[in-house]
Write a protein that binds this ligand. Structure first.
Ligand code: ATP
Length: 494
């Protein structure tokens, strides 16, 4: 990809790019150039201008000043979304813009202008889905029935079928994804980059960015304040630019009391009864594997060495044994691994317990009323299908299942507030704090530094077989980000 002069050719470029909305300067004289096949992370606080830059690139927002180039040529005026898409620039949002009632096949070719025969279009669609490893996505399935990760893949394949994908813009694509889906998306991104597609990846999840990007650009107040290869990044500067300076909650009080979970060598992690302790690491990183091993989900990997709970060894070959001991686990991918789609909200909370606790229908109804109150569950009645509730309220049901019918001896949570709205986050944190105060040790694994900093009494940054402790203070989030950056080799730069 190196030109004869020794400089990379340009795929996408902006010069003197400014966008103003009335008196708001969203972008201020931006100079940026992206090479073919580059994967660039675009970071910044809320309101920094990230979405505006993507919207300019897709033609959704007009420039106030400046120019935009594709493969060295100025984009012809007027720059409209239709034209930009035709030139090979596509955008994937957190919630893909697909027609939920139409089939996968119909969505892939909607408004494509492709007049070839239906059978040849079906063959190409099947081949394109298979090529990205999505053999499980049926062409005739209604898109609305697919989990979010698969809908994003359909959106991506739709962009690919339009012709050569020159630039792919990703706007917080993993905000509501589980770790397995994030891994699939990152693999796809790497494959597209190898085929020459330039990728601009907006995320507030720094671990996702360092997992897959080779360069990071940080925006602040509409200007570029950092532009650096991921390798050799100044972690102190970056973590400082990214972590909002928070005031410590004056009312924060740890409820730690008595012995809880201890993980001996090599990790040296502890989580006392009544404590909420965070494990922070990269997307799909070792912090999630620790939870799975503790729960007996990774029988091949064996138990976590030297794990004890209240002094007794902790080692399970299957989740049923963990549950029998009072160890409960809430997975990151609530739709795939947690909730049971066709069932009512009430059954989603109580079904696993009816047999175990010999619980009658009446007790379940009473318990469900308590769950609604504890988690402030909003939506239809408990007899309604779980699908009728919003994402945050579905997550509250899953947490209720593993915390209320029987209080756990140890609660393991993977990204418990990911992809839920701000109000639900507050409700979930409050309920979990109450559980900890009643004496349960709570271990939270996440790749979101703000999730850890918003709910944990202490944390560890987990990389490989090391865990570095981080105390709760006003620099907690910044410290999490910095320690992770300093200890993580960038996979794609290798
Ligand atoms: N359509 C619009 N009309 C008026 N102001 C806007 C509009 N779009 C964005 N802005 C303003 O422009 C600035 C940049 O916003 P932008 O959405 O690009 O930031 P961002 O970095 O994407 O933030 P976030 O992470 O919150 O999405 C903000 O001050 C925002 O309020």
């Amino acid at each position: 990809m190196i030109s004869p002069e020794g400089t990379s050719p340009e795929r996408l470029g902006f010069s003197g790019l400014s966008v103003r909305f009335g008196s708001t300067v969203a972008l201020d004289a931006i100079e940026l150039s992206f090479a073919p096949g580059e994967i660039v992370g675009l970071l910044g606080h809320n309101g920094a201008g990230k979405s505006t830059l993507l919207n300019v690139a897709t033609g959704a927002v007009p420039r106030t000043e400046g120019s935009m180039r594709l493969d060295g040529d100025e984009l012809p005026e007027p720059v409209t979304p239709g034209r930009v898409a035709g030139l090979g620039i596509a955008v994937i949002h957190q919630e893909p813009a697909l027609a939920p009632n139409l089939s996968v096949f119909d969505n892939l070719y909607l408004a494509s202008g492709d007049t070839s025969s239906r059978s040849s279009r079906r063959a190409r669609a099947r081949a394109a889905l298979d090529a990205v490893g999505a053999r499980g996505i049926g062409l005739d399935s209604p898109v609305g029935m697919l989990p979010l990760g698969n809908r994003q893949i359909v959106d991506l394949v739709r962009a690919q079928l339009r012709g050569h994908l020159k630039v792919l813009l990703l706007d917080e694509p993993t905000a509501a994804l589980g770790e397995a889906e994030t891994r699939v998306l990152h693999r796809l991104i790497r494959e597209l980059s190898e085929q020459g597609t330039t990728i601009v990846y907006v995320s507030h999840r720094l671990p996702d960015i360092i997992d897959v990007c080779r360069r990071v650009v940080v925006l602040q107040g509409g200007a570029v304040v950092m532009d650096s290869p991921v390798e050799g990044l100044d972690s102190r500067d970056l973590s400082h630019a990214l972590a909002p300076q928070v005031d410590l909650e004056a009312s924060w009080e740890s409820t730690a009391a008595g012995p809880g979970l201890e993980l001996g060598s090599p990790f040296g992690i502890s989580c006392r009864a009544g404590e909420i302790v965070g494990l922070y690491g990269i997307a799909a990183g070792p912090q999630f594997r620790i939870l799975e091993q503790l729960y007996g989900l990774r029988s091949g990997a064996g138990p976590v060495p030297e794990a004890t709970l209240a002094g007794s060894p902790l080692s399970f070959s299957a989740p049923a044994a963990a549950i029998a001991r009072g160890v409960h686990y809430v997975p990151a991918d609530r739709e795939r691994d947690g909730l049971i789609a066709g069932m009512s909200a009430l059954d989603n909370v109580y079904l696993p317990w009816r047999g175990r606790l010999r619980m009658g229908a009446r007790a379940a109804h009473q318990g469900y009323a308590e769950a609604r109150e504890t988690y402030n569950i909003l939506g239809p009645s408990g007899d309604a299908a779980i699908a009728a509730f919003s994402g945050g309220n579905r997550q509250k049901h899953l947490l209720a299942r593993w915390t209320l019918p029987r209080r756990p001896e140890l609660l393991l949570l993977a990204q418990p507030t990911q992809g839920v709205d701000v109000g639900a986050k507050v409700d979930i944190r409050r309920a979990l704090r109450g559980l900890a105060a009643a004496g349960t040790p709570v271990l939270v694994a996440s790749s979101e530094s703000d999730e850890i900093a918003s709910m944990c009494d202490r944390a560890y940054v987990v990389t490989g077989d090391r865990a570095v402790p981080v105390e709760r203070d006003e620099h907690m989030e910044e410290n999490l980000l910095r320690i992770l950056l300093e200890s993580t080799p960038n996979e794609s730069a290798a």
